[in-house]
Design a protein around this ligand. Structure first.
Ligand code: CDP
Length: 192
């Protein structure tokens, strides 16, 4: 029997992680931030590794080895994410994770479309570019005071465009996904 999967996709800094953590905690489901897999390969690529080889040999502790929040790693992640062989190398791990008991929440770009097309619930979470850049700016600023808002906004814009237009598993809402704007959800929560 297949396990219950909740797929949460959407563009950069839309709040996928925050929402996924709330849902997985509430349901006591496993949670996988698939962006971390691409970021870890991006970090290895910046170190000089060949991306396909890095994807094929990715290990759990690679995810702890780097500061994956760094904007340059996010940019590298989106570059290597357009390579079909990189995506293919990560597919089995993600699907196996999704089938572990008691159920799973996975967030990313292609969970509802490619990784778990049979997910029971599919959410596509989005928000304006400015709102997302502001969220990311506030997060990153806690660790690095030299971060510049305009640079973050430009990087997110570039990454979104690349993610939407790549040929292999582009970022798109699944036809059966519910599309939400993050800030509306927050308002609903706070108004009880
Ligand atoms: O946190 P944020 O939304 O900024 O990015 P992320 O989820 O950590 O993903 C980093 C990059 O990995 C994205 O810009 C995508 O290019 C890529 N990615 C992907 O292609 N497919 C996924 N399922 C997850 C991430």
């Amino acid at each position: 029997m297949s396990q219950t999967v909740i797929a949460i996709d959407g563009p950069a800094a839309s709040g996928k992680g925050t929402v996924s953590k709330i849902i997985s905690k509430k349901l006591r489901f496993n949670y996988l931030d698939t962006g971390k897999l691409y970021r870890a390969i991006g970090a290895k690529y910046l170190e000089g590794y060949q991306p396909i080889a890095a994807a094929k040999s990715l290990e759990g502790n690679d995810l702890d080895k780097y500061d994956l929040q760094k904007p340059e790693i996010a940019q590298a992640a989106s570059e290597i994410a357009s390579i079909p062989e990189v995506r293919a190398a990560l597919l089995k791990f993600q699907r196996n994770f999704s089938q572990k008991l008691p159920g799973a929440v996975l967030d990313g770009r292609d969970i509802g479309t490619v990784v778990c097309p049979n997910a029971k619930i599919k959410i596509f979470l989005t928000a304006s570019l400015e709102a997302r850049a502001k969220r990311r700016y506030i997060e990153l600023r806690k660790h690095d005071e030299t971060i510049n808002f305009q640079t973050i906004l430009e990087q997110i814009k570039e990454r979104d465009e690349r993610d939407q237009t790549r040929r292999s598993s582009p970022m798109v809402a699944a036809s059966d996904a519910k599309v939400f704007k993050y800030f509306k959800i927050i308002n609903k929560r706070s108004s009880g």
